[in-house]
Design a protein around this ligand. Structure first.
Ligand SMILES: [Cu+2]
Length: 461
């Protein structure tokens, strides 16, 4: 019964926005939610993180709460972060294509993963990707092409130890209205192969999150609809590439490893073998043990889903059936397998290659890519056709400017809205919001992500 309720709870996740749910090391799926700090509330888990000055900026809502497992990753390995519109993968999709903007990946070294609340000092950026004038693509465009899979190289030369890895997406579709939207959560990792030294980050690279970005940073107020950017500045500190220090003794991971006794995993929960039984009483005892574990599985199931808990519940059911049938010598061997939501595409190589470019330039920390940008053809005044197919609104000279000129709209009579219909939802009996698909309504799917503010009301969540 319990499990049924929880499944419904997980399924009610709204399908807008995005969330980092699943972590891969060198292409290996760590399991949905495993080693990932993510929000507990399914209904809002994929919504952007507010406010800019809040502690949730560090690892997202509930990002201060550690998870039991820490995934090992070697310096030089490829980290892949999977972003999903629907955190439990009930529906496909990574992020709405309107959400163009840059991506960054930050790290923070922590002394104690299980007491560190993530917010505060010690963060540094290891990778970023903004707008590429040659391809006309934002990082989010590349992310969508890669089915929500963002891959970066973990630098070599970092001391071994425990780190939070924080992929950040910044969606700029509402930025000109004063609503830049951030999406981030964190993976808990252990870097196995670095030297056992202190991490000393030069001050120009080290930041506090929150506090690392001001609301008036030009990268946060950028107008996405005013044509291709010529000089988009990604918010946050410059990328820091640690200088390789001679390797010595390395630290060994002593906490957060997935136990050898783990026979099935869901998120950050593991099943242990149930006690053996030889008579009616011990048979039912082991069934009880199984259901107790099942309850723990569902209680701990992250918003990325409880598929493993279903596998375990099936096993408990089969053990109960054996006791009922008088087959007391147990338990039957557990043969279930961990369940992963299907990976939406091939794991991409590390993209952006900022790491490669900056490798030669650890001295002043200025990303080489910036110098490249200064010589792009856009300086000549020949503005190229944007390759993006995003409907470009009338250029808005000033963000504060009221709505651009529109033909007069009539109140929707049939529940449809948008430019082609010439209808607005404001004042209609269907609801005041105009959804991305051009339907009036008053539900979250009408009033949030993709909501067309020119044809109705919109809410920020
Ligand atoms: Cu959104």
């Amino acid at each position: 019964m319990k499990s049924v309720i929880t499944i419904l709870g997980l399924a009610s996740v709204s399908s807008a926005h995005t969330l980092f749910t699943t972590f891969f090391v060198d292409g290996e799926n760590q399991g949905d939610g495993t080693c990932v700090r993510m929000p507990k509330d399914g209904a809002t888990s994929n919504a952007p993180i507010y406010p800019l000055t809040g502690d949730d900026m560090a690892c997202g809502r509930d990002g201060e709460v550690p998870v039991p497992f820490i995934c090992p990753a070697a310096g030089g390995s490829t980290l892949t972060f999977e972003f999903r519109e629907s955190p439990n993968a009930a529906k496909p999709g990574s992020i709405d294509e309107s959400h163009q903007g840059p991506c960054s990946v930050y790290l923070k070294k922590v002394d104690d993963m299980f007491s560190d609340s993530a917010a505060g000092d010690g963060w540094f950026k290891i990778w970023e990707d903004g707008y590429d004038a040659d391809t006309g693509k934002w990082c989010v465009d590349t992310l969508i092409e890669n089915n929500g899979l963002l891959s970066v190289n973990l630098p070599t030369g970092l001391p071994s130890g425990y780190y939070l890895a924080r992929p950040e997406l910044l969606a700029l579709h509402q930025a000109y209205r004063g609503d830049p939207q951030f999406y981030q959560s964190c993976a808990q990792i252990f870097i196995e192969n670095g030297p056992e030294t202190e991490l000393a980050i030069p001050s120009e690279y080290a930041v506090s999150i929150p506090g690392y970005i001001e609301a008036d940073h030009p990268g946060l107020t950028f107008n996405l609809y005013s044509g291709p950017p010529t000089d988009y500045k990604i918010p946050g500190p410059p990328v820091y590439i640690p200088v390789s220090s001679s390797s010595g003794k390395t630290q060994i991971q002593s906490e957060g490893a997935i136990p050898d006794s783990c026979i099935l995993k869901n998120g950050n929960w593991c099943a242990k073998p149930v006690p053996t039984s030889s008579d009616v009483e011990s048979c039912w005892d082991s069934v009880d043990d199984c259901w107790t574990q099942s309850e723990q599985c569902w209680d701990s199931a992250p918003v990325s889903g409880g598929a493993g808990c279903e596998v375990w519940a099936d096993y408990c059911t089969s053990l109960g059936a054996a006791c009922k049938a008088g087959d007391y010598n147990g338990p039957a061997k557990f043969t279930g397998k961990e369940v992963f939501a299907p990976v939406p595409g091939a794991i991409p190589d590390s993209y952006g290659n900022v790491f490669e470019k900056t490798k030669v330039n650890t001295g002043n920390g200025k990303v080489v890519e910036d110098e490249d940008k200064e010589t792009t053809p856009s300086e000549t005044g020949d503005v190229e056709e944007p390759a993006v197919s995003e409907p470009v609104l009338e250029p808005v000279p000033e963000p504060e400017q009221p709505e651009p000129e529109q033909p007069e709209l009539v109140v929707s009579k049939d529940g449809r809205c948008g430019g082609e219909t010439g209808q607005t939802c404001v004042g209609s009996s269907f609801g005041d919001c105009c959804s991305k698909k051009g339907r009036c309504g008053r539900k979250t799917r009408h009033c949030t992500c993709g909501c067309q503010s020119d044809f109705g009301e919109c809410r920020q969540y």
